[in-house]
Design a binder for this molecule. Sequence first.
Ligand code: 6PG
Length: 477
Amino acid sequence: STAQIGVTGLAVMGRNLARNFARNGYAVAVHNRTPARTRALVEEFGGEGEFVACESAKEFVAALERPRRLVVMVKAGDPTDAVIQEFAPLLEPGDMIIDGGNAHFTDTRRRERELREQGIHFVGMGVSGGEEGALNGPSIMPGGPKESYDSLGPMLEKISAKAADGSPCVSHVGPDGAGHFVKMVHNGIEYADMQLIGEAYQLLRDVAGYSPAQIAEIFRTWNQGRLDSYLIEITAEVLSHVDAETGKPFVDVVVDQAEQKGTGRWTVQIALDLGVPVSGIAEAVFARSLSGHAALREASRGLAGPTARPLSESEAQAFADRVEQALYASKIVSYTQGFHEIDAARDEYGWDIDLGAVSALWRGGCIIRAAFLDRIRSAYDTRPDLPSLLSDATFAQEIGDAQDDWREVLIAATREGVPTPGFAAALAYYDALRAERLPAALTQGQRDYFGAHTYRRVDRDGSFHTLWGGDRSEVSA
Ligand code: 6PG
């Protein structure tokens, strides 16, 4: 047994992760259900490092030094269970199975529990950064037993992305499904970021009248400032790209129906169960669904809209600055909501997740990497028990400074009939949180009226019910 780590499942993510380990000096056992892929990997990239090609599961397990570290890179769901069933009987106590797919964290919790009985350490590991990240340095979110990190961690730290200060974008997130949970929320935030950027684009196009190429330039400028991030950077690239065949902006030849594989939806489903208002993330998921309803959209084209009021050049410029403010403020809100969801999961599942550490490992390698995350990290490092990102003085100040422009942008969007569900949900969240009184008091009154569901009073403890059908006196419930 000579290999320090093994990768089974050699589609593009698995192959690139295996190459990343090999390039960093580790001997990597590689295995795939169909051995042709294993041979192709070694033929093509064998020169990059030390690969041990294994045809059978037995051979693969025998090639690994103990405790064995076996990374599974197959499609999430049944294929993961099939691979576990194949390998678990061949392993010994103390060995590790590391699932690097986008698994649902409840599956990860189940697998961890089942394998624990056999003494096998199961590490559900979120990996972000796409193909390029897997090869050159992803952001890695491993869960599972803490002790597994002692042996696995140093290797992950070597292959991971590095933040601007040089620290590796990986740390042990928490037990059992915590790593996959955090990866799920990463993707929810990714959906929200993408939706907000999409809204900014559409406003710049339909309200300010800019072309995709001009908008690309605006995004490039924003990328020099506080919005500096991977998603803003690639947005500028996509917007400036011209379709070779038609000479039109690329964005105009793509069908405007967004697809999804499910991780954003999970973020919202779980948030509903946990009772966490992730309204911005939810709007991003719904916006993708709405875009896909082609027939419904076609049937609705004739509905009335407002008369357009084009902006002058100087108005357009001023408007673009406001959109930057609205985008930044809405972004603060979606991260606030995502971190709230992780915070709630800590209580629900008893996970000791360090929110500052999570923001730190998202600083590089992953899709939502951004300069901004360093500031979130400082907010949580300064005050680990921060009730919400909005209670951090710096973020509160910034969002407060942005709010006038944010409102103006939404007024313009409403006036011009440009849908901005992400910006609007974010502002509603902000205004609801800061409100002195919410209409929830009225909701409670209604519930008590029709169902005797009772209410609490502002001036004394207890539960009360008003005899609505009688003399309307109040009784203690
Ligand atoms: C990442 C990405 C990755 C994947 C998304 C795409 O972090 O590297 O999030 O996991 O590209 O899940 O998701 P949709 O297909 O749902 O947009």
